[in-house]
Design a protein around this ligand. Structure first.
Ligand SMILES: NC(=O)C1=CN([C@@H]2O[C@H](COP(=O)(O)OP(=O)(O)OC[C@H]3O[C@@H](n4cnc5c(N)ncnc54)[C@H](O)[C@@H]3O)[C@@H](O)[C@H]2O)C=CC1
Ligand SMILES: O=C(O)[C@@H]1CCC=N1
Length: 280
């Protein structure tokens, strides 16, 4: 089967064009989606690619959408959903809302795919997990998200909270690590500019090396770590009492728990939604 063509997307509504919505839209335009086929619905849109019509409400959008990217905050879903459905004729909904479940989103359309992307999508270096949808829609959703980087499907939606805590939120953990490494470098006496450059270049260089997948991260770590050398001394602190592993496990668990809470907050409010409160 031929790969779905993004220039044949039909009418695309982007509902919420903030950090993540605009990252995806920027990528889609760069990869062949015609700006004339897109309407952004966002009363506060700031970062919209050139040539795209922006309106504040669905009532002003015109032609019914074939595809809808849902990229508002999950807490707004109950308020915004009824303003959208009045104009829908069973479009494909691609929802990136943390927590909002397929059962909840099913009241918007019979065709819903849940996605969890991350912000490196803007440069095509993201990773997205997809779930749900009917077979006829999956190829197109995958083609769209593949413009933003790697794509993975999961069958078990209950894993979405964990996915959100790992790859959805994950870029922030890495940025925080860069900040903390730069602060440590400054504390060790380096000028601020040098500290920031070394921290950033160390993370990007190490990630690029790992991304080649020629050696495992563990093997690459061993290649840096001379017996009884400097790295071993540093790692003994990071790994003392399993502290890094425990810290990250706690970090991901907290983010996943918040995703489950957001599911509970979003689910009862859409008329017709059958989703119950989040488990766990
Ligand atoms: N930021 C991230 O890294 C990721 C975010 N997400 C999800 O993406 C969604 C959006 O997150 P962000 O882009 O970070 O938030 P954001 O706050 O940057 O963007 C939300 C946008 O919604 C707009 N908006 C507010 N009221 C609206 C309305 N009534 N109708 C239409 N648009 C309205 C705002 O003006 C804003 O531009 C959330 O559901 C989040 O869970 C998912 C993966 C990663
Ligand atoms: O912080 C959040 O809730 C969103 C979901 C994943 C990344 N950002």
């Amino acid at each position: 089967m031929d790969a779905p063509r993004l220039d044949r997307i039909g009418t695309l509504w982007v509902v919420g064009c903030g950090n993540m919505g605009s990252a995806l839209l920027t990528r889609w335009i760069a990869c062949g989606v015609d700006p004339e086929h897109v309407v952004v619905i966002d009363p506060g849109a700031k970062d919209v690619p050139a040539g795209i019509r922006v309106v504040a409400t669905a009532a002003e959008a015109g032609r019914a959408p074939d595809i809808v990217l849902l990229a508002i905050k999950p807490q707004l879903l109950a308020e915004v959903a009824p303003t959208l459905t009045a104009h829908f004729d069973n479009p494909l909904i691609l929802s990136i809302l943390a927590g909002a479940r397929l059962a909840t989103l099913g009241s918007l359309s019979l065709r819903v795919i849940r996605a969890m992307p991350n912000t490196p999508a803007r440069i095509g270096e993201g990773t997205t997990v997809l779930c749900g949808g009917v077979p006829e829609d999956r190829g197109f959703a995958e083609a769209l998200m593949a413009t933003a980087g790697a794509v993975h499907w999961i069958d078990d939606e209950s894993l979405f909270d964990a996915v959100t805590g790992v790859s959805g939120s994950g870029p922030a953990y890495v940025f925080r690590f860069i900040e903390a490494l730069a602060a440590a470098a400054t504390a060790a006496g380096l000028p601020a500019e040098t500290a920031q450059a070394l921290a950033l270049e160390t993370v990007t260089g190490a990630a690029a090396l790992a991304a080649l997948r020629e050696s495992s991260p563990a093997e690459l770590r061993k290649q840096v770590t001379s017996p009884n050398g400097t790295t071993a001394a540093g790692l003994a602190v990071l790994d003392g009492d399993g502290s890094l592993t425990a810290l990250l496990a706690e970090t991901v668990a907290a983010a996943a728990a918040r995703s489950a809470e957001l599911a509970s907050a979003a689910s009862p409010a859409i008329p017709g939604s059958s989703a119950g409160p989040a488990a766990g």
